[in-house]
Write a protein that binds this ligand. Structure first.
Ligand code: URA
Length: 205
């Protein structure tokens, strides 16, 4: 995938990387976002969770997965028996991309060029952390980590081993669970997500 091609031989600490990233102009998304949202979590994390991009709440707070999708993620991780505190949490794209609708800022999906530009940072994070498992939450993360040819609906629950870099477990994005309508469908979608997350313990335990 595009994340794993850069040379990070001299990669410094996560704090130094985050500091360096805060001024990033590798693509244009820095222009409208409040700030860059870097990953966070312990230096010795064995598991790295990768989302799509910060949302409205993350853009304001400056931290990944602290909004509604983050709450669902936390609940499902707990249900799967995974402690979020052993995970490093980050995003494929580190600036919030949105379209303005009155006072509301509506999430807008990052394009392939933006994902590729930002993959430099994701690769740098993985080079420092060297996790035993990376979890791709949704299609954007799967593209960043594994490139084209991964369909989340077909690939979910499976672990892929890229030519270089750690194995990648593919699953859905938790925000999907916020969009499903109907009690039975929400419960089924949520159970399936928790089931995918249970693989984390097997591969990183
Ligand atoms: N959705 C994401 O993909 N990442 C976040 O940090 C928050 C919501």
């Amino acid at each position: 995938g595009p994340a794993l091609t850069a040379d990070h031989a001299n990669a410094p600490s996560l704090a130094a990387l985050g500091e360096e990233a805060s001024g990033c102009k590798r693509c244009d998304l820095y222009r409208d976002a409040t700030r860059l949202v870097f990953g966070e979590g312990p230096r010795d994390a064995r598991v790295v969770l990768v989302g799509e991009q910060p949302g409205d709440r993350e853009d304001i707070a400056g931290r990944p997965f602290v909004g509604p999708a983050g709450r669902v993620l936390d609940e499902c991780l707990a249900e799967a028996g995974v402690d979020r505190n052993i995970c490093y949490v980050t995003n494929a794209v580190k600036h919030f991309k949105f379209t303005q609708r009155g006072k509301r800022r509506l999430h807008s999906r990052p394009n392939a060029g933006e994902v590729r530009a930002c993959a430099w940072w994701l690769g740098a994070e993985l080079d420092v952390l060297r996790p035993t498992l990376v979890v791709a939450l949704g299609a954007t993360a799967a593209y960043a980590l594994l490139g084209n040819g991964i369909k989340v609906t077909a690939a979910r629950g499976q672990v892929f081993v890229p030519p270089s870099g750690p194995p990648v477990l593919v699953t859905i994005h938790p925000s999907y669970l916020l969009r499903v309508r109907g009690h039975a469908d929400v419960a089924a979608a949520r159970d399936a997500f928790v089931e995918d997350l249970r693989h984390i313990a097997e591969h990183a335990g």
